[in-house]
Design a protein around this ligand. Structure first.
Ligand code: C5P
Length: 229
């Protein structure tokens, strides 16, 4: 299956739907995030769930276990394939998230954000976290697995150590992917699609290299072809 999920980061519903219609044959899934959800809510998500393409609803829940459980129950009932929470919400929250989501949709994958790729070591230290981002990502990924969730969002540079430590059945979802020569935008630690694929990633989240390309369908096809799809 094509591992590329295109990030539809916009508040414009018609634009998002139009892109999704055009791209659905050239990508493996769609990612809808906070920007889209804050503008269009559950109705906006339902507008895509009839398109017969997997949807990753990237809302990164982080709250007390009872509240996150309720949010996961609601999100998992929207016909999406993947939802997520922040791993630093702690063991009880992770466990509650997985149980609640699977209670309404046994097939939904619940994954956790480890360390945001926008944070560096100084940012972690300022928040009281010692050690490197890599150490913290591994610690949070192990916590995620121990509490029954399906995988994590991580940076491309953490794929190899996480795969080695957590095994092949743990889902690794990676943003910050840039085809060779593409604009980096605000991403700093990037990898090309074939490099990330080879390192063992399950899902590559790619936004602007597809959505901002002069021909988004061609850009998506070129990426799929570079991965052998
Ligand atoms: O346009 P671009 O390819 O940079 O989009 C990457 C997508 O992945 C965006 O939707 C962004 O919010 C998301 N993301 C990220 N870094 C993370 C988690 C999510 O870039 N650590």
């Amino acid at each position: 299956m094509n591992p590329v999920y295109v990030a539809l980061d916009t508040t414009d519903l018609d634009c998002a739907r139009g892109l999704a219609e055009r791209l659905r044959g050239s990508v493996g899934g769609l990612k809808l995030g906070l920007e889209f959800f804050s503008a269009h809510g559950p109705e906006g998500v339902r507008a895509f769930s009839q398109m017969d393409i997997p949807i990753f609803l990237d809302l990164k829940f982080h709250d007390i276990p009872n509240t996150v459980a309720g949010a996961c129950r609601a999100a998992a009932s929207l016909g999406v394939s993947i939802i997520n929470v922040h791993a630093c919400g702690g063991p009880a929250m992770l466990k509650a998230a997985g149980e609640a989501a699977r209670g309404v949709n046994p097939a939904v994958k619940v994954i956790a954000v480890t360390v945001l790729t926008s944070l560096n070591q100084a940012d972690l230290q300022a928040a009281g976290v010692s050690g490197t981002p890599g150490d913290q990502v591994l610690r949070l990924a192990q916590l995620t697995k121990a509490n029954g969730l399906d995988g994590v969002v991580c940076s491309a540079h953490e794929i190899a150590p996480l795969r080695a430590a957590l095994g092949k059945d743990f889902m690794l979802v990676v943003p910050g992917i840039r085809p060779a020569g593409a604009d980096l935008n605000d991403q700093s630690r990037v990898m090309t699609p074939p490099e990330a694929h080879k390192a063992g990633v399950d899902i590559l989240v790619i936004g602007r290299p597809i959505t901002a390309a002069p021909d988004p369908v061609q850009a998506a096809r070129d990426i799929a072809q570079s991965l052998g799809f």
